[in-house]
Design a protein around this ligand. Sequence first.
Ligand SMILES: Cc1ncc(COP(=O)(O)O)c(C=O)c1O
Length: 381
Amino acid sequence: MPARDTFDTWFDAIIERRYYTNHGPLVSRLDRAIAERLDVKHAVSVTNGTVALMVALVALELSGDVIVPAFTFPATVQALHWAGLTPVFADVDSRTHMLTAESVAKVKTDRTSAVLGVHVWGRACAPAELEAYCRQNDLRLLYDACHAFGCSFDGKMIGNFGDAEVFSFHATKIVNAAEGGCITTNDDDLAARLITARNFHRSPKDQSVYVRLNGKMSEAQAAMALMALSQFEEFVDRNEAIYSTYERGLEGTSGIKAIRYDRRNRNNFQYAVFEIEPESSLSRDQILDVLRAENIYARRYFFPSVHRLSPYCDALDGEKRELPVTTSLCQTVLQLPLGAQINPEDAELIAALLDLILENGDEIKARAEATAGANSLRSGW
Ligand SMILES: Cc1ncc(COP(=O)(O)O)c(C=O)c1O
């Protein structure tokens, strides 16, 4: 959250203008600020990241099947559903946690109209490979970039890849608009359709789109996003300091591996993601239990994977349900606390505790088993 006096200044101005929604001056200013920051031609702000996905899918005029990972936040797949499209799950790469052209090729059929890639943890999802594959196979490429605001790949800002990219400004994201999102593209016609699709009213400049909805961002949301943008570098520096503390603190610990940032790219350091390795005597969930008993709220993320969620688990046949890498990541990925609520000193203590837990895994397990039922730890030990 911004400082209280900054917040008051921005919100007082909205009240004085009496302009609360319907493409107000702050939304226009935000669209320009995002386009400039991401070095992209068009940014179209909307209500949230899920609506951004829905609007983008409708404006891309897709039909049939869309290839998507199941190792993602449910909204990526739910938006396909709302746009009348059928999700087809492809497995992800065990190193990057993301789709590859190879995994996409395995599930592509004649019904496939597009690929919806996800830039998981702020790292780019194989843009060069997937752009080439989609071009060769006449598919559209949309990216869910909700984790990747302010990140780059190979000298180009995320926001410029595929046909369009989608961002979230949810409170859990580095730009917090108290709900918000946007779509970016370098395609003028697509931008005009996006602007039409996000608004239920007709206007003289309308482009033809199949269906519209109310996806407008309010002035209050735009003010929040603009305030967050003005502190963006500060947030990145803080995140980086926390992430680096974890990375350093756990460098020599066996049984845990950091999903590292490539320092040649710009990163927002929004996530501190680790994987529990097979040599650990404790499972990821057992480690989470111990951390929680110490009041540390680390998370499993993404869990469960979307192909295990209704209605997708019911709609798929047994063969397609097998996504071995996705299934394994859902059991091994551990996300450590990061963001405004904690500082590097907290991260140092958390890393030291994790090191202690992993170094003493056998003994912790034995003691927990011996006291099972007498302590508050979840079952599964
Ligand atoms: C990868 C991903 N996609 C989509 C969304 C949905 O965004 P929103 O919450 O703004 O609707 C989120 C997070 O909230 C996300 O992490």
